[in-house]
Design a protein around this ligand. Sequence first.
Ligand code: CP
Length: 337
Amino acid sequence: MDFIGANILSIQQFERGDIDKVFSVADSMKPYAQRQRATRVLDGAILGNMFFEASTRTRVSFGSAFNLLGGAVRETTGFESSALSKGESLYDTARVLSGYSDVICMRHPQEGSVSEFAKASRVPVINGGDGANEHPTQALLDLYTIRHELISKGRQIDGLRIAMIGDLKHGRTVHSLSQLLCLYKNIHVSLVSPKELAMPEYLVEALREAGHTIVISEELTASISQVDIAYSTRIQEERFQTKAEADLYRGRFRLNQSIYTEFCEPNTVIMHPLPRDSRAEANEIDSDLDGNPNLAIFRQADNGVLVRMALFTLVLDVVHLVEKSAYDVPWFSGHRH
Ligand code: CP
């Protein structure tokens, strides 16, 4: 794909070579993300960070990524603090905000809303999650993490064995990740969910058409016994009619240290897009796994900055200029990796 000036709306835009390019640029961003070097390559540029649905990681890591490249960030969070609550259309919002920004990141609860916004925008738009549909930058950082974790174990993405666990119906991260895995070869995918929260059939079909082996199960322990990656997801409470309905599924796929020790291979990596639901009744990924070196959830979140820096530099066509405006940081950098 031609990244320059492109909207990043769906994983379907990417081919395998594009992923290699994003990952290679993301690798080159490490000195900046780790505060060893600073760059002013986007000095004067403005990111419009428009989040109409709750977010911690995606919103702040997009903002941090832009700041680390020397750009400024303007944000709006939630419907109530934007003129959408006064009946303004996405079209008008896009026309206006794109006059204030060089690139826009957007999250919105309606499927297709970010694409609709992008049609009216005068600057590139990056999808930070549109309802239960897609979360393409999460899939990129997930695969970047998978690649990194596998490389350290002498493996590669082709031939990966992965279990996706939890609310696969509403979880947009697993929707985008499944599409991304279709670009690779010989993947073994276990889809572990209650029947009611199964992965949409069109995505299962896409994985099959890519030649991958698919196992569909409601049983956790057998499904995680021979995988490289156990990718857990939260029950997406906000997509259910009532909290009581979501509560029916809580704790069904609990992962803790004793389950890990009994059922997983010693090197199985645990991932989760976060937030993990840490309320007592959620029983998703217990905190007794926090000291397990194979729990990659915070490395995964850190990688969001690298991948989003890569996307900004590719879309705004400054990859070749990053180092030219770089310098060693003059402040005490207590950043621990
Ligand atoms: N993974 C993810 O999208 O997290 P946030 O909802 O905090 O942005």
